[in-house]
Design a protein around this ligand. Structure first.
Ligand code: AHR
Length: 497
């Protein structure tokens, strides 16, 4: 099979906001306890942060991490997690029905983020709480001093404010599983008033209004229309969440899920623009895809979990090779929508539906999905270009006219680098892709990285990295054209300089 592609400097989509390579740490399962934090572990530093985990996080170059939830935040009292550790209470954590020791909280996370070289995206509780707790919390985090909450922070050992810039106004507030679920009008009102109060404390923050929990929610897309009608002028972003799974073991259909993702992004964008028109607003609302991933392998296990344990192994999906391909496709989709998707968080970062795992033996290791995430984060910085792709197509149970070849291109003008991310979704056939790069004179191929495996269900473990990239991709540049062999079911990174 054959495909053609044209790449040109002038076909610009937008600058890639690096925060599209964000991630997420929730107080859930072993994400915090036994994940990023494990006091007494041989690899832990003086603050109890796992240095082996920190180095894998740094390799990913994660620019922003959402915290502390997730569903957990909707019944969380932030005050429980600050101050002397011996005074912090054990609480029933209602979202995941565990015991939260509060040994780790806001200040520890701010320290961890600094060590990881990442920014904090902080979520506030709009389930059981509202304006008052939020305004106190932001005063504690961001006000320099001389007031009750900012001085309390100083008393807790944090002289300087954390200056957290990005704040989520609650989490999945449309979901019946949420503690304190809201109707769209209830949410719109409380989010707007909370946003106003938070901005009075710190006018420099950016705020994310809660969108639907996923595109199958019965209230989608009306939820967006009603809530944004309230929050449009206060918020800068609307959130989107989506998880995927190959529950029917139909790999061709599974890999086509980026079509659904694309439709979801376009629908939310249209609603934002409808509200913009309705309000005669000058502002364009951007999208924060602040939860996305594959999540289904661990569902059955989690149903059997005994309640009220401390940091049990919840949501520990072990990812296979086809999951890594879909993750690559999702990242390609974000890059192709770089004009509106400004933030995105792979949910989550460690142990809980995560690219990084820790095991009982004490080491940290990389799941299959780690690789496409790392490649895009490391090489996908610059301007997203619109590749013109002509590819053979396929139909599946849920989708029609799905191109086998899916691509995104990032041009880093400063470093004079072009990176082509390409997925071949054909389950059996390799595809020869002819890429016209004649606009990039004097560029050479630096490397062609490939993630491939004969077994779509191959997984990595702490002992065996069965799925990992190699650099022996076959592509050749001649007379302004690359002839690239894109093997069946493979993720490719072709770097030019
Ligand atoms: O990431 C796991 C959970 O998925 C989050 O807590 C919630 O927001 C979503 O439903």
């Amino acid at each position: 099979k054959k495909a053609n592609m044209i790449i040109d400097k002038e076909y610009k989509i937008a600058e890639v906001d690096e925060r599209v390579y964000g991630s997420f740490i929730e107080h859930l399962g072993r994400a915090v306890y036994g994940g990023i934090y494990e006091a007494g572990h041989p690899e832990a530093d003086e603050q109890g942060f796992r240095t082996d985990v920190l180095s894998l996080v740094k390799e990913l170059q994660v620019p922003i991490v959402r915290y502390p939830g997730g569903n957990m935040v909707s019944a969380y009292n932030w005050e429980d997690g600050v101050g002397p550790k011996e005074d912090r209470p054990n609480r029933l954590e209602l979202a995941w029905r565990t015991i939260e020791t509060n040994d780790f909280g806001t200040n520890e996370f701010a320290d961890w983020a600094q060590k990881a070289g990442t920014e904090v995206m902080m979520a506030i509780n709009l389930g059981t709480r509202g304006v008052d707790a939020a305004r106190n919390f932001i005063e504690y985090c961001n006000h320099p001093g001389g007031t009750y909450w900012s001085d309390l922070r100083k008393k807790h050992g944090y002289e300087k404010p954390h200056n957290i810039k990005t704040w989520c106004l609650g989490n999945e507030m449309d979901g019946p599983w949420q503690v304190g679920q809201k109707t769209p009008v209830e949410y719109g009102r409380i989010a707007k008033e909370t946003a106003k109060a938070m901005r009075l404390v710190d006018p420099d923050i950016e705020l994310v209004s809660c969108g639907s929990s996923n595109s199958s929610m019965p209230t989608f897309p009306e939820w967006e229309a009603v809530t944004l009608d309230h929050t449009y002028e206060e918020a800068d972003y609307v959130s989107l969440h989506q998880y995927f799974g190959n529950r029917d073991n139909d790999s061709q259909n599974y890999l086509a899920n980026t079509m659904e993702l694309e439709r979801f992004i376009k629908t939310v964008t249209s609603i934002c623009d409808y509200i913009k028109a309705k309000k005669r607003s000058k502002k364009t609302m951007m999208l924060s895809f602040d939860e996305w991933n594959v999540w289904y392998h661990s569902n059955e296990n989690d149903e059997k979990m005994e309640p009220w344990q401390i940091a049990p192994p919840q949501l520990e999906d072990v990812y296979n090779f086809e999951d890594a391909l879909l993750v690559g496709g999702i990242l390609i989709t974000f890059l192709k929508n770089a004009d509106r998707v400004k933030m995105a968080c792979m949910a989550q970062l460690v142990n809980v539906i995560a690219p990084i795992m820790t095991d009982n033996m004490g080491s940290a290791w990389k799941q299959t999905i780690y690789y496409p995430y790392m490649h895009t984060s490391v090489f996908g910085r610059g301007t997203s270009l619109q590749p013109v792709v002509v590819s053979p197509k396929f139909d599946t149970k849920d989708f029609t006219d799905v191109p086998y070849i899916d691509s995104a291109v990032v041009y880093n003008e400063e470093n004079e680098e072009v990176t082509v991310f390409t997925l071949n979704r054909h389950l059996e056939e390799d595809i020869l892709v002819n890429i016209n790069v004649s606009g990039f004179e004097d560029y050479r191929i630096v490397e062609h990285i490939v993630l491939e495996n004969d077994d779509l269900k191959a997984v990595n473990t702490s002992q065996n990295q069965a799925v990992q990239p190699h650099k022996n991709g076959q592509s050749e540049l001649k007379d302004g054209r690359i002839e690239a062999k894109i093997n069946h079911t493979s993720w490719n990174v072709i770097r030019l300089k």
